[in-house]
Design a protein. Structure first.
Length: 367
């Protein structure tokens, strides 16, 4: 039997997703998520969880821990299902509040879709519609919302309508995918930015449609992901006196083996490097929490990190309780920033955003 490494499993998972993308059904995923809601746990000071990746394809379920073997996974906790709106006050800035805001954004995105005149809203999936479905981006399927419409148009007329009627504030960049020989056609709409990027990702809207008799049936789904709240312990204080940058060469130059370090670590101190240090601290503190994604289609990061980054922040020795904070980012499609405080890894990860580029630019300017 083959011994599977983390990288092997990541490749297998990505290939499985690509092969079965059309079979992933958000409605079925939500049902499973809500029926298996994990018990709440209390965590001291820092409260966060690593996201679980759950890919549903027919009768097959693929489950992989977010950043398996590398990122934090408190007691195996997975993202909770959608919070019940009105169930009580949720403090602003918590993960649950972020999820509640994401629910509101998902519902608003669904309401922004305007079907053709004369369309009738259906209660659910009509008989004859194929099983399965599609997803978009890196999304938390527990936050998705779905609507079904019966439209008094031919499929060709629906294609023309959708091409000319983008929901307010959304763009259609995909065109219409209409397979030859009939079947389900689709198009998608996207928002360029999230209205609340610290709480959730930019909403996406997917429209699938198929001719059924003398009418066309539309299935409309929303996709987005909430973000885990970032606790104060994962932020860098202003009294940092020393920053050390250690980088390993990019994966593309080392053939998956070992890794050649850069010539020497970069060490920044005050006052000589105050400008670079302040920029690096500000850039790190601007990173958002990782997303509560339950499914990935494609790579959620805009590009692979250029190298494995380890940045160590040390507070001034004059501080009553000096601290060492370490931020690590590995070159991986779904690599997140792990944070350690005084040698203890925190149960939180951060979305890398442009962190790798900032670290790279800072190291270049310091040399």
């Amino acid at each position: 039997m083959k011994d599977w490494t983390d990288d092997d499993l990541a490749v297998l998972l990505k290939a499985s997703m690509a092969a079965r993308e059309r079979d992933i059904d958000p409605e079925r995923a939500r049902e499973l998520a809500q029926s298996a809601r994990p018990a709440r746990r209390r965590w001291p000071a820092v409260v966060a969880a690593a996201a679980a990746v759950a890919l549903l394809s027919g009768l097959t379920a693929y489950v992989a821990a977010h950043n398996a073997g590398r990122g934090p996974s408190p007691a195996g906790q997975a993202p909770s299902s959608s919070p019940t709106v009105g169930s009580g006050d949720i403090p602003q800035g918590t993960t649950e509040e972020n999820r509640r805001r994401a629910v509101a954004a998902s519902e608003a995105t669904l309401a922004a879709f305007s079907p053709p005149e004369g369309s009738a809203r259906l209660e659910g999936q009509p008989e004859g519609w194929p099983a399965g479905g599609m997803t978009l981006g890196a999304s938390d399927l527990g936050l998705s919302r779905t609507a079904w419409w019966s439209v008094p148009m031919s499929k060709a007329e629906v294609v023309a309508y959708l091409s000319d009627h983008s929901p307010a504030g959304m763009l259609n960049r995909s065109g219409v995918s209409d397979p030859s020989g009939g079947g389900i056609a689709s198009t998608s709409y996207e928002t360029t930015t999230s209205p609340d990027p610290a709480a959730f990702t930019a909403p996406l809207l997917l429209v699938q449609f198929m001719q059924m008799g003398d009418r066309t049936v539309l299935r409309v789904d929303t996709f987005l992901a909430a973000r885990y709240a970032v606790p104060d312990e994962a932020r860098i204080p202003p009294d940092v006196s020393v920053i050390r940058i250690d980088r390993v060469a990019p994966l593309s130059t080392r053939g998956g083996q070992g890794g050649d370090p850069y010539p020497a670590p970069v060490r920044l101190t005050r006052p000589a490097d105050t400008g670079l240090m302040d920029d690096l601290v500000a850039g790190f503190n601007a990173l958002y929490g990782s997303i509560t994604a339950s499914g990935y289609v494609g790579c959620p990061a805009p590009s692979l990190p250029l190298a494995r980054d380890t940045v160590t922040f040390q507070t001034a020795d004059t501080n009553a309780t000096p601290h060492t904070i370490v931020a690590e980012l590995e070159p991986d499609c779904r690599g997140q920033v792990r944070v350690s405080l005084d040698g203890t890894q925190l149960p939180v990860t951060l979305d890398p955003g442009g962190w790798d580029q900032l670290v790279n630019d800072t190291a270049d300017q310091a040399n």
